[in-house]
Design a protein around this ligand. Sequence first.
Ligand code: SF4
Length: 240
Amino acid sequence: MERRTQEGYSSTCYNIADVVDKAQAVCRALEQEYGRPRWQRRESLIDELIATILSQNTTAKQADKAFRALKERFGDWGSVRDCPLDELAEAIRVGGLAEQKARSIKAVLDAICADQGRLDLEWLSTMPDEEALKFLQSFPGVGRKTAACVLMFGLGRPVMPVDTHVYRIAVRVGLIPPQSVDRAHDVFQSLVPPEMIYSCHVNMVAHGRRVCKARNPNCHKCVLRVYCDAYQKSQCEAVL
Ligand code: SF4
C-alpha cells in the first residue's frame, strides 16, 4: 500500500491520512471531556500581544495578575511606553522574569509606534494569516507562538499556537514527531481542521494542566489513552 508521508515522520510507521484522522479523533475526545469553547474577543490586539508576552514562563494565574496590575497602574499603552523601565518591571513583578518582560514590552510598543506612527494593531484584521504572522514576528522578542496567540485569541483566526502543553501532548499521542517547537506549529496546524483549531488548542492546554502533566501524567484518567502512542508503548513494555 502506498503511504503518503510528511517530513519528520517515519515512512514505515505513519500514514498522514491516519494521523489526520487521529488528530480529529483527539480533538473530538477532548471536546467531549471539556466542551467546545467558543471564541470570544477578549481584548484589543495590543492587549492580546502584551498579555501573551506576560504569560511566558509563568502560570495563567500569575500572568493574569501581572496584566491587571499593568493596566491598573498605567491605564493605556502610551503611558507604559513612556514610563521608566524599572517602574514597568515593578508593576509586572508578580508574573516573573520582570526585567526581561519589561524590556520586551517596551521594545514591542516602540516597534509598533515606529511602524505605524501610533499604538494600534487593529488594522491586522484585514491582513492574511501568513502575512500577519510574519509581521508580528518582526517585532523584537515575538516568536511564532506569541504571534499565533495574537491571531487566534485576538482575531479568531485558525492559526494554531503550539505551547508547551500542546507540544507535549501532540508528541506523546504520536500526532507529531519530536522536533523544534517552531517547526511543530506548521506540522500540527496542518493536521487539525481550521474550525477545530481554537477548541483543540484551548482543550489541550486544559488537558496538559490537569491530566497530561509534564511529570507523572495521569494516564489512567486520560480520555486519550486509546490514541496515545506513549501510553500504548508503556503498556507493551509493562507486559514484557
Ligand atoms: S495517555 Fe498519558 S501520556 Fe497519553 S495523552 Fe493521556 S495522560 Fe498523556
